[in-house]
Design a protein around this ligand. Structure first.
Ligand code: SAH
Length: 422
């Protein structure tokens, strides 16, 4: 890794953010919130609060006591969210100071070391609530770190945390990304916005990084998530292992992640289908970046700019057929009320995917909708296949890559089925 950025290089916007209140907010909670916190759930919802000694600002420390006034947990207060406190620590009272975070960052960095040894320098370093840093995810793409925040409560802490992070994880720059909810809270952002460089030089163009020895570009400023779908790394690797000699269709291809693994795995031909022109242009550049790999060079790559539902329909009508079809759509259910429609969309995609799949071909079907349970999703995939008389023999079910550990029920969003279709 290149140069270490020291504290003075932090964006002046950060250093101007007022410190959190020196005095903690104390809270008492009801029985069900107490139970959840004892089970190490990372969120205290506003309706679980019974008593609160004062109001506070986003980022103040909140200390939570049980009904007998015993310490339960400490976390970050956020008056603008129904998740009123995001828990940093539960159990025995512990000071939440520089040492606390340094230890946590060191531990999380050590867990990622095996990835680096496998030719990967694009990975998630901190997986939010699943790893004790609620609402705070940190990804690395080679020399750039990308911090994505889901609450403004972290902002007053960043001038302490970033130097600690860079001590453990040297990097050239750190980019800030904000969730849609946080972006809307403009008057709590102290002039920061989605894409602000928190330290280090501006970005002149996309960043190049390696994943299992393949090179990809990503745009940490504007790309989806933090620029790449790191959570699918292991599923991409599985696809690579299946692809030899095959004609492959990658639906919702984004910048061609699955496509490149298929190509390196020896696919004869790969079609990347997506509705986004810039994503497909990046997919083509990603193929060009990996031409040194003879298998990638030998694979014919075709891009198809289309809506997935229409595009699949058209491919079927043109009687195009594939041996391996990957369908990895965006989240279809952001709210509970959208789950039914999401399941119907998955069902349609499975039917359409099977129509263009040769008998005995592989279907890889994924869902990243946290609100759709694994059971609901896998059932709908099987039902859809049954209904068209092409049942699926399951090969495996899988989820997130190792750098996306799951620490609480809501953290388990990615589901993926590998199957052979009759
Ligand atoms: N499989 C990808 C990630 C997919 S993200 C990877 O491993 O990197 C979801 C993709 O779906 C995005 O690229 C988005 O542009 C695309 N998309 C969203 N709606 C679509 C639609 N109706 N038809 C086709 N693509 C769509």
């Amino acid at each position: 890794m290149s140069s270490h950025v020291s504290a003075p290089d932090l964006s002046p916007l950060l250093t101007a953010i007022p410190a959190p209140d020196a005095e903690n907010i104390t809270l008492r909670v009801d029985r069900s919130a107490e139970r959840a916190l004892r089970k190490r759930h990372p969120w205290l919802f506003e309706d679980g609060i019974r008593e609160q000694q004062r109001e506070g600002r986003a980022g103040d420390h909140a200390v939570i006591f049980d009904r007998n006034r015993n310490f339960l947990a400490i976390g970050l207060y956020d008056p603008g969210s129904s998740i009123r406190v995001r828990i940093l620590h539960a159990g025995k009272p512990t000071p939440v100071d520089a040492d606390f975070f340094r230890k946590r960052f060191r531990k999380l960095a050590a867990l990622r070391e095996p990835l680096i040894k496998k030719g990967t320098d694009g990975y998630r370093l901190i997986n939010g609530e699943n790893e004790g840093m609620p609402g705070f995810t940190l990804d690395r793409y080679a020399d750039s770190l990308v911090l994505k925040l889901y609450t403004p409560a972290w902002l007053p802490h960043l001038s302490l945390l970033i130097p600690l992070l860079l001590e453990v994880q040297p990097a050239e720059r750190l980019v800030l990304r904000l969730s849609r909810e946080v972006m809307q809270r403009k008057d709590e952002l102290f002039g920061l916005s989605d894409g602000t460089i928190l330290c280090g030089p501006e970005l002149a163009g996309p960043v190049l990084f390696r994943e299992n020895g393949l090179t990809f570009e990503c745009d940490p400023l504007r790309g989806q998530k933090t620029g790449f779908f790191l959570d699918q790394r292991e599923n991409r690797e599985r696809v690579g292992n299946l692809a030899c000699g095959k004609e492959v269709l990658n639906v919702f291809s984004y910048t061609g992640g699955f496509s490149l693994y298929a190509a390196r795995g020896g696919a004869k031909k790969v079609v990347s289908l997506d509705i986004s022109k810039p994503a497909l242009a990046a997919a083509e550049r990603n193929f060009a970046l990996n031409r040194a790999e003879s298998q990638v060079r030998a694979t014919k790559h075709e891009i198809l700019l289309a809506d997935a539902f229409k595009g699949l329909q058209e491919l079927a009508e043109q009687k195009r057929r594939f041996d391996l079809v990957i369908i990895d759509p965006p989240s279809f259910a952001k709210k509970q009320s959208e789950v039914k429609n999401a399941l119907a969309a998955y069902e349609r995609l499975v039917r359409l995917g099977i129509r263009v799949l040769r008998s005995g071909g592989h279907l890889v079907m994924a869902s990243c909708s946290a609100r759709v349970s694994a059971e609901e999703f896998f059932n709908v995939v099987h039902d859809a296949a049954q209904k068209v008389g092409r049942p699926i023999d399951e090969v495996s079910r899988s989820g997130h890559a190792v750098d996306h550990p799951v620490g609480f029920p809501e953290g388990e969003y990615l589901k993926c089925l590998f199957g052979i279709v009759a």
